[in-house]
Write a protein that binds this ligand. Structure first.
Ligand code: COA
Ligand code: AMP
Length: 635
């Protein structure tokens, strides 16, 4: 089979093509048509079908004779634990937790927030919700209480499922005080919490509200899978946007199961029974799609890894996991390899492990810099495939469809659009750009199954954020080009989103927080190049007239403020005080010019700048904290 033929088949009959993919998953009632509506902004994929997510991920494989195959391999490098959980065992745990939730009043459509580290119970929690039609919303453990509170108020969950702590390489992070503080801050109070007590830090439970996980499930009546409509929400996942308010990306059941199931062979080239590992976190979309759902839908064994590429205990851990568990396809963010390369440039650790079962390595989440790709290819001898996608789409927009046909790799390009995605590059007036010309990357509507149909309780915001800029298209927020061979090149975000170690963060949110500091008059946060994390946020602060607090003190307080309000994941550690911020004559802060100065490249001074001399001061201040990085250290 050739990629071009598959893409052409989809183009010729998109609905028929997706109906054929739908036949590969389990339906309690097969949909009569692919799309419920001709409205391209709201297609309603498989809306009149009935199915259950958990059944497709778990029960179906038990019924098909895979009950004894490992569904999950939990490898916790921070606790030294390895556990294999079969599909039959996973079915039992999901059914029990689902039954316990149902007995406490959780019903179809109710929201449940999950705040857990990389433990198998996090996967059980997600699946148990979908088993009874509840809508989960997983919040990444590195977010602070106030970010959790914002998500609680938006999703209004009836319950929170949590662990007592997360374990970082150098410290234990107690989660329960964060949850208690978030519930205090939130206006929408959940009815109850279920807490998985971990040995590293046990949590105090609030009588009458909090339950110990094991007690909660111990005598629960197992719940069967509840079939739901194809357009019933499966989950909400909050992601960063331009403003401080996160966007609640909604995933609908039918399209999610069908599309993700398709990707496992077509994109990752695995067959049922193969071991697949996505080294991410359940709090991110990669964790949702490729630690939990897609591998399980497809009957693969999914590795659930708790730890980091370095420091738990060393730069050989990832090679060990791949070797110990016979991983066939490995998916991670480029930062992982930059971290390993720094710690072990000769890859001495790699030589200690047998990677013979590994077929290929897949990268996403941030730009894959050519030097890192080359190093990984050279040291492992394995092909490395970049692919591009977003929380909003839930799976690859552009990639190398290695299970269909391995296309020639052009380093720096995630390769070509996947079936389902009619991609184009638009100029500022919404006209399609010629091949090779830079512009906004857009997708002609309708979006394929599995992509977001809306934002939770915010249809108008969805339309404004994604559809209004170019009518008839979904705006991805990325700028780039498509070359004459149809290869896609992703160059930069067009909004205030930055990418720190593959984590998507909003500089707008950081600015909102910094302006709450009593001495800060104005501020700008931009992403600057970082040799390890790709980008880091850097803050530029102007102070109120008459402020006498020493600048170093203000900077330290600002750093603490962002950590306290967003969480350690923001990695906000760089800030400088400046006299003034560069602005246009109409008063707009020139953030991209500041970022250009901080990155040390050639900066084109905008004609509209009110006072070009400000840039010299900015340059000096940046130099005082060690920027720009030398040429070889920029990604
Ligand atoms: N709970 C609590 N705190 C967390 C956390 C969690 N689940 N995850 C991260 N943090 C904290 C870290 O401890 C760190 O805190 P610190 O500032 O006190 O050191 C901070 O948030 C930043 O975390 P992280 O981005 O993981 O950076 P790091 O410096 O600890 O590790 C890497 C650097 C490169 C090893 C790490 O970023 C990594 O593994 N990246 C791989 C890319 C990846 O998995 N991306 C996910 C999206 S696909
Ligand atoms: P997230 O929603 O967290 O997955 O982040 C999505 C954003 O990360 C995209 O819009 C891109 O800006 C960036 N991104 C993801 N994958 C890639 C990639 N392969 N190359 C370049 N940028 C990427």
């Amino acid at each position: 089979m050739r990629y071009a033929d598959v893409y052409a088949d989809w183009q010729a009959d998109p609905d028929g093509w997706w109906m054929a993919q739908a036949e590969k998953v389990h339906w309690d009632r097969f949909p009569t048509r692919a799309r419920a509506s001709d409205d391209p902004t709201n297609p309603g994929w498989f809306a009149d079908g009935l199915l259950n997510t958990c059944y497709n991920a778990v029960d179906r494989h038990v019924a098909d004779g895979r009950g004894e195959q490992a569904a999950l391999i939990w490898d916790s490098a921070v606790t030294g634990t390895i556990e294999r959980i079969t599909f039959a065992e996973l079915q039992e745990s999901c059914a029990r937790l689902a039954g316990a939730l149902r007995a406490r009043g959780i019903e179809k459509g109710d929201r449940v927030v999950i705040y857990m580290p990389m433990v198998p119970e996090a996967i059980v929690a997600m699946l148990a919700c979908t088993r009874i039609g509840a809508i989960h919303s997983v919040v990444f453990g590195g977010f602070a209480a106030s970010e959790l509170a914002i998500r609680i108020d938006d999703a209004r969950p009836k319950a929170i499922l949590a662990a007592s702590c997360g374990i970082e390489p150098t410290r234990v992070v107690p989660y329960k005080p964060l949850i208690d503080a978030a519930i205090d801050q939130a206006e929408a109070k959940p009815e109850f919490c279920v807490v998985l007590q971990r040995d590293a830090a046990k949590a105090d439970l609030v009588a009458g509200r909090d339950h110990d996980w094991h007690d909660f499930v111990s005598d629960a009546e197992p719940a069967d899978c509840l079939p739901v409509e194809g357009d019933h929400p499966c989950y909400i996942l909050y992601t960063s946007g331009t403003t401080g308010r996160p966007k609640g990306v909604v995933r609908l059941t039918g399209g999610h199961v069908v599309a993700l199931n398709w990707t496992m062979k077509a994109i990752y080239d695995v067959d049922p029974g193969d071991v697949f590992w996505a080294a991410s976190d359940v709090g991110w979309v990669v964790g949702h799609s490729y630690i939990c759902y897609a591998p399980l839908f497809h009957g693969n064994t999914s590795v659930v890894f708790e730890g980091k590429p370095i420091g738990t205990p060393d730069a050989g851990t990832f090679w060990r996991v791949i070797s110990d568990h016979g991983v066939k396809s490995f998916f991670t963010a480029p930062t992982t390899f930059r971290a390993i390369l720094r710690a072990d440039p000769e890859a001495a650790e790699l030589a200690k492990h047998d990677l013979s079962k590994l077929n290929a390595i897949y990268l996403a989440g941030e730009r894959a810099d050519p030097a890192t790709i080359e190093w990984v290819r050279e040291k492992t001898g394995k092909p490395v495939y970049d692919h591009w996608w977003q929380t909003e789409t839930g799976y690859t927009i552009a990639g190398n469809p290695t299970g269909i046909e391995v296309l020639p790799v052009k380093i720096g390009s995630p390769t070509v659009p996947m079936p389902g995605y009619d991609m184009c590059v638009l100029d500022d007036d919404g006209r399609e750009a010629d091949p090779g010309t830079l512009g906004s990357i857009a997708i002609r509507l309708p979006l394929p199954p599995g992509c977001l149909p809306t934002l939770w309780n915010a249809r108008a915001r969805f339309e404004e954020a994604y559809l209004e800029r170019f009518p008839g298209y979904y705006t991805t927020g990325d700028a780039g080009k498509i070359d004459a061979d149809g290869y896609v090149w992703i160059m930069a975000r067009t909004d205030d989103v930055i990418n720190v170690a593959g984590h998507r963060l909003s500089t707008g949110l950081m600015e909102e927080i910094l302006t709450t500091h009593p001495d800060v008059a104005e501020c700008a946060v931009v992403g600057v190049a970082d040799a390890l994390k790709g980008q880091l946020p850097m803050g530029f602060l102007t102070l109120k007239a008459g402020c006498t607090t020493p600048e170093a003190e203000i900077v330290a307080e600002c750093v603490a403020l962002v950590r306290d309000r967003i969480g350690p994941v923001a990695a906000f550690k760089l800030a400088v005080v400046v006299e003034r911020l560069p602005k246009t004559r109409s008063g707009k802060i020139l953030r991209s010019t500041i970022a250009g100065v901080a990155d040390g490249g050639a900066v084109k001074v905008p004609a509209t700048i009110d006072d070009p001399a400000i840039l010299d001061e900015i340059r000096e201040r940046i130099a005082s904290i060690g920027y720009p990085l030398p040429e070889g250290q920029r990604q």
